[in-house]
Design a protein around this ligand. Sequence first.
Ligand code: FES
Length: 576
Amino acid sequence: MATRRKKPEELRSHRWYGAEDLRAFGHRSRTFQMGYGREEFAGKPVIAILNTWSDINPCHTHFRQRVEEIKRGIWQAGGFPLEMPAISLSEPFQKPTTMLYRNLLAMEAEELLRSYPIDGCVLLGGCDKTLPALVMGATSMDLPTIVVPAGPMLRGNWQGKVLGSGSDSWKYWAELRAGTIDERDWQEIEEGIARSPGTCMTMGTASTMAAAVEALGLALPGASSIPAADSNHGRMAAACGRRIVELVWEDLRPAKLLTPSAFDNALITVLALSGSTNSIVHLVAMAGRAGVDLPLARFDALARRVPVLADVRPAGRFLMEDFYYAGGLRALLSELSDLLDLECQTVAGETLGQGIAGARIHNPKVIRPRAQALAGGGGLAVLGGNLAPNGAVIKPLSAEPGLLQHRGPAVVFADYNDMAARIDDPELPVDADSVLVLQSAGPQGGPGMPEWGMLPIPQKLLRQGVRDMVRISDARMSGTSYGTCVLHVAPESFVGGPLALVRDGDEIELDVAARKLWLHVEEAELAHRRAAWQPPPAHYGRGYGALFARHITQADKGCDFDFLHAGAAVPEPEIH
Ligand code: FES
C-alpha cells in the first residue's frame, strides 16, 4: 500500500511559518534575519539536528563535520536543517557520573523538539548516555526521528600491541599496581589507547547502545558499526539527512517503530554482542517512554537461548574496527535471523529483514557463525534472592568461570570513599574467597549509579596473582569492564534495600546457574538490622540533584524519572 504523504500545510512547522498573523510574520522575518531566503524554508520540513558536540567530549570531536554532512543531505532532499546543541554527556570527564544527567538530556531533547517549529529530527550522539537520552526524549515527543551514531574510534596501539578502551586501562592499571609494568610503559599506553574521534571501540555501552538503536529500527542498516574516522561515516550522515526529510513526508514516527517486537530485537542484539550491562537500564527506560513493558525477566529468558556471536572485548578478543570489517551488525543480525522479528519496520522505510538481506560474515573469527558461537547463551544473567529482591545482573562471560558458583564472607564498604581509603590497606581482612560489597552506589546513593561496580582487587591480593573476585554492588559497571561483578542490586542500599544490611563476615552465596544471590543471615537478625537502619543524609538540598533524588526510579525500572514514563500526552505549545 502506498504511504500517504503529508502536504506542506500539514507540517507541524506550518503553525509557525504558514499562518497569516503577526506571530508568523515574526517567525519568518527572524528567519530572514539569519540569512535564509523564503525559498529555503517556506513549505519545507524543518529538521532539527540535536548535536551533542562539546569541546570536552573526545568521542564527539567529529560532530562539527558530521553536522555539515547531515545538513548537506537535508538540503539535497528539500528540507530545512537547524542545528541545535544539546548537553554533551562526556563519559571520561563528567562527575559524579554522566548517568546523573541522562534524564536531563532526555528532557532537553524532548523540550527542544516541542518548543520549536520542528517537523523531524536527527539525533547525533554516541558517548554512552547520549544515545539513550536522545532516543528517550525523541520517543516522548514522537516526531519522525533518525539516529546518526557517533561510531567507534580506531584500535588503540602500544608497542605494536592492540589496545582496547577501558578494558586495557583496567588490565594495565592492575599490572602497574602489581609492578609488572613501569611508569614509562603506563605513559605510552596513555598516549596510544585513544587515537581517533569516536566512541570506545570495545563492546562498551556506546557500541552496545548504537547497535541496539539500529536493531530497534531507528538507524539506517549498518550505520552503528562504521568507525567514526571512516569516510563511510560521513556518507552515512548525509544519507540520514536525506532520509529524515522523507520520514517527515511519510510521517513515520518512533511510536510506529518501537513495538514490543522491536525491543526484543534490540535485546537479542545486545545478548549476541555480549553487550554492556548498562544497556539493560537504558533499554528498560527507552521502552518505558514507548509504553512497552520490559521486565528484567525478559532479558533473562532471552539470554538463556541467544548465542553470543561477537568475539569482541571485553567478552571476546577483537575490537569494533574488526567487527566492521567482518561485516558489522548487518552480518551479525543475518546470522540471528531465525530469532529476530524481521517484519519490524525501520527508518530506512523497509523491514529489518530487508535491511539485512544479503549481508555476509567476512571474518568468522570476529563474527562467529552459529555453529561456532562463543557461547550458546549467557550474554547476561538476571539474579534474584534475598539480597536482590527486585533483581541484580551479571555478565557471566566476563567473569572467572570458577567464581560463578561461590560462597564466601563479605568485606563491606559503606561507600566509595570508604572503599578507596581501605581497599589497599595491608591489614584489610580479605582473601581470594572474600566477597567484596560496595554500598551506597545506586541511583540515589551514588548518586546517579556510577560505574563503580568493578571494585578494584586489593593490592595485596593482586601481588598474590589474584585477578578476579566476587564483587557485589548497587552500582553499574562500564561496558568495557570485566570480572565477577554483580551489579544493579535492587532495591539499592541507600533506600534501605537488603544490601544495606550486609555486615563484614556475613556469608554470601552467588550461584549464576540458579540465578541466585543469597545473604546467609537468619531472618530474625535481618529484621533486627532493618529496624536499626537509618537512611543516610540526602545528597542535595536544591537544584537538579534534588529533583533527581525525588523522582529517580530504581535500576530495574530503568532509572528514568517517574514523571517521564509514557502517559498522558503533553499539549503542543501555544504559539501566540
Ligand atoms: Fe565516550 Fe566511552 S568515553 S564512549
